[in-house]
Design a protein around this ligand. Structure first.
Ligand code: NAD
Ligand code: IPM
Ligand code: MN
Length: 364
């Protein structure tokens, strides 16, 4: 099969982790006899530096012409980088939001799974980590607070800033359908997370999600308030199967879910539209504090590449081969710095590029 993949390495650790995912994909292509064509494009801070804007039409068009997009991460240190002196619509993040919208990527799947080998890296009490967990955050990605009207104005001599949170029935319905479809292939439980005790938008979510659930009688639906969910995730993550939620709650809860798997460097993500097209990226950011040191964990990006093989190309065997390789190298004891503890032997702590090497070599 010929795989036409647009790559957006981005900023900070982005180019380092994408290089490792490409290495692993090339290894898969060799073992399973596929041809992969990678086309690199700029987005985020690097695009601002070259073109003055975080997202060019050329990047959108190249992404659209591909079967799928593999992304690293964009952005810099939001307190010190000169990119953050620019108006908001010219900053790196505007590029990411822009491409999600331009490609219609409304469904963001963020699976959080505690590898038994990483129980020691999980910061939760032993009795919780022993039980393990395997949950999927289904985050709505092109609506809500991120895409509502916003403005900063002067009223009575004071600056007043407004962000609006808007959801239509249609937007809620399509992500709910995706979440129930995903739940049908998992443990058939959906927890819809909202703030329905305060927000009208959340009350609309409850109504629409309940309606969608009527077509999935086998799936157990429950509702949970987001503040409680933040707490339940660290108290008993095993209670969750599919967590369905709006854009900003999903952003925050997925970082929390990532850390209980051991590190944000473990959490992959797929952003999908109505077709088989998708953009695949780790859930974490450009990690300016460790960029350029070859110490980032590339596993989330490598697992995102596995999601790409599964969701866009339907190559389940090949996707399995990546997931199994990750499991096997963790079993052998290999760790990146973010996953190590006092007992990790120093020769098992790998750089970003070495971690890519051992996973690529493990593909069977
Ligand atoms: P971040 O996720 O970049 O970093 C948070 C912490 O996690 C840091 O200590 C970092 O070193 C660590 N970390 C992140 N990824 C890691 C990895 N693969 N291996 C090891 N450690 C890792 O979040 P931040 O510092 O709040 O944001 C930095 C920049 O990244 C900001 O500009 C932000 O907007 C951007 N960002 C981009 C994306 C994206 O491109 N999808 C996602 C989140 C944040
Ligand atoms: C993510 C990121 C982005 C988001 C930022 C960089 C706009 O945090 O992909 O989780 O909030 O969606
Ligand atoms: Mn985030």
């Amino acid at each position: 099969m010929k795989l036409n993949i647009t790559c957006i390495p981005g900023d900070g650790i982005g180019p380092e982790i994408v290089a490792e995912a490409k290495k692993v994909l090339n290894s898969v292509a060799k073992v399973y006899e596929h041809e992969i064509v990678f086309t690199d494009v700029l987005m985020g801070g690097c695009s601002i530096d070259k073109y003055g804007v975080p997202l060019t039409q050329e990047t959108i068009d190249t992404a659209k012409s591909a079967d799928a997009v593999l992304m690293g991460s964009i952005g810099g240190n939001t307190s010190t980088s000169p990119w953050y002196k620019l108006p908001p619509e010219k900053r790196p993040e505007a590029g990411l939001l822009g491409i999600r919208k331009a490609l219609g990527l409304f469904a963001n799947l963020r699976p959080a799974y505690l590898y038994p080998e990483l129980k020691d890296a999980c910061p939760l009490k032993t009795q919780i980590s022993e039980k393990g967990f395997d949950l999927m955050i289904m985050r709505e990605l092109t609506g809500g607070l991120y895409f509502g009207d916003r403005k900063t104005e002067e009223i009575d001599g004071q600056e007043v800033a407004t962000d609006t949170l808007v959801y239509s029935e249609k937007e809620i319905e399509r992500i709910a359908i995706r979440a129930f479809d995903v739940a049908m292939k998992r443990r058939k439980k959906v927890t819809c997370v909202d703030k329905a005790n305060v927000l009208d938008s959340s009350r609309l979510w409850r109504k629409v999600v309940t309606r969608v659930s009527e077509n999935y009688p086998e799936v157990e639906l429950s509702f949970m308030l987001v503040d409680n969910c933040a707490m339940q995730l660290v108290k008993d993550p095993a209670q969750f199967d599919v967590v369905l939620t709006e854009n900003m709650f999903g952003d925050i809860l997925s970082d929390e879910a990532s850390m209980i798997t051991g590190s944000i460097g473990m959490l992959p993500s797929a952003s999908l539209n109505e077709t088989s097209f998708g953009l695949y990226e780790p859930s974490g950011g450009s990690a300016p504090d460790i960029a350029g040191k070859d110490i980032a964990n590339p596993i989330a990006t490598i697992l995102s590449a596995a999601m790409m093989l599964r969701y866009t190309f339907g190559l389940d065997k090949e996707a399995d081969s990546i997931e199994t390789a990750v499991k096997d190298i963790l079993k052998k004891g290999y760790r990146t710095g973010d996953l190590k503890n006092e007992e990790t032997p120093s020769d098992m702590i790998l750089s970003c590029s070495k971690m890519g090497d051992v996973i690529a070599a493990e593909i069977k």
